[in-house]
Design a protein around this ligand. Structure first.
Ligand SMILES: *Cc1c(COP(=O)(O)O)cnc(C)c1O
Length: 371
């Protein structure tokens, strides 16, 4: 079976976890701090806040900008559902915008202009598949209308351009199927130091001192300055993260090479199948979304791929079509998103694949399309 993706975990991760257990300090401590520093360094930013998921990071990014009831946040529907769930949890309203086109499945700026109202407070863009959105026009748009610009960078670990270089906050994921993993985990980058400090407080109940500070005698008591959460990362995850971080750039390079091989082989072995974006796009190559020819019977292709030993998926079914969202946003139509979602088939992509695996996937897909 050629898997869609698979975490790479080995002896260095085992050794790192064992070292934490030997030390005995397992909750948020020095390793989390080091993980934050190393992540920030790799992403060419000043500082980062480690949390227990990208969902938590997204939630904090909205909170530090005080986005809540009465506010509208423009967001794509072509993303994982957490991207819009956090907006609802904040008491704000997600306003779903269409993507540019099936060949460029990024939130469309023209759509955002169309959807702008007096209540629009923020835009939450998604670096779909790890393909970096050109943020310069978004930055100009946000400045013109006094909006907060946030990034869902769950797919984009390893890309400095996805770490709030041009935005007000970026959220990364270390879930098991992402480009690097801590099993569960996330990172928040907020350039504004005061808001970043607020994110640190909100991460741990709004308390002004951590358990480690108190254990070390650096703080005797603490104050509570905000109504926070428990979004802490622990030392075991940070230890794994530190090891993964060292290997991330190499893995991303392998992902990009394999993506290039897909782009080369698909036209030969599965004619009519295309890959969105183009080969020059800056990307962490998180997934390989393939666009099947118009009118393809995808429900027949998926089991044919499975029978050929190849796992596939769909990134993503549009959020506005899920029951919960359909009930709340009835009658919403996003033609480009729907056209993309109807045709996309995510093919295996991870650093352990070989070029011949890629060829086998392409060949199997070509056969599945011809039957
Ligand atoms: C995985 C993912 C998330 C959620 O990440 P968690 O770390 O699992 O909370 C959010 N947005 C996108 C686009 C994702 O792919």
């Amino acid at each position: 079976m050629i898997e869609l993706g698979a975490p790479i975990l080995g002896e260095p991760e085992k050794a790192a976890v064992c070292a934490v257990l030997d030390d005995g300090w397992i909750t948020m401590g020095e390793r989390v701090k080091r993980f934050e520093r190393e992540f920030a360094r790799l992403h060419e930013t000043e500082d980062a806040v480690a949390v227990n998921s990208a969902t938590a990071a997204l939630q904090l990014s909205l909170a530090v900008w005080s986005i809540g009831p009465g506010d509208e946040v423009i967001v794509p529907s072509l993303t994982f559902v957490a991207t819009s769930n956090v907006i609802l949890h904040a008491g704000a309203t997600p306003v779903f915008g269409d993507v540019v086109a099936p060949g460029t499945p990024h939130l469309s700026l023209a759509e955002a202009e169309r959807l702008l109202t007096a209540r629009t407070r923020a835009i939450l863009v998604v670096h779909y598949g790890g393909y970096l959105i050109d943020l310069a026009p978004w930055r100009a748009f946000a400045a013109k209308h006094n909006l907060v610009l946030l990034e869902d960078s769950a797919h984009a670990s390893g890309l400095p351009g996805a770490a709030a270089a041009q935005s007000d906050g970026a959220s990364f994921s270390f879930f098991t199927n992402k480009n690097m993993t801590t099993a569960e985990g996330g990172m928040l980058v907020v350039p504004d130091p005061e808001r970043r400090q607020r994110a640190r407080w909100l991460r741990a109940h709004g308390m002004t001192a951590t358990t480690l500070d108190r254990a070390k005698g650096n703080a005797v008591g603490y104050d509570v300055v905000d109504c926070g959460h428990n979004f802490r990362m622990d030392e075991l995850r940070a230890a794994i993260g530190l090891v993964q971080l060292e290997r991330l750039s190499g893995w991303n390079e392998t992902r990009r090479k394999l993506t290039a091989h897909y782009r080369e082989m698909l036209p030969q072995l599965a004619p009519g199948v295309t890959v969105p974006f183009d080969s020059s796009w800056t990307t962490s190559a998180h997934i390989l979304p393939a666009l099947l020819p118009q009118g393809t019977d995808r429900p027949a292709v998926i089991p044919a791929m499975k029978a050929g030993g190849i796992q596939t998926s769909v990134h993503y079914p549009p959020i506005h079509r899920f029951t919960y969202y359909q009930d709340r946003f009835p009658g919403l139509s996003l033609p480009q998103t729907e056209a993309f979602s109807a045709r996309v088939l995510t093919l295996p992509l991870h650093p352990r694949l070989s070029e011949s695996d890629v060829e086998r996937v392409c060949r199997t897909l070509g056969q599945a399309l011809n039957t």
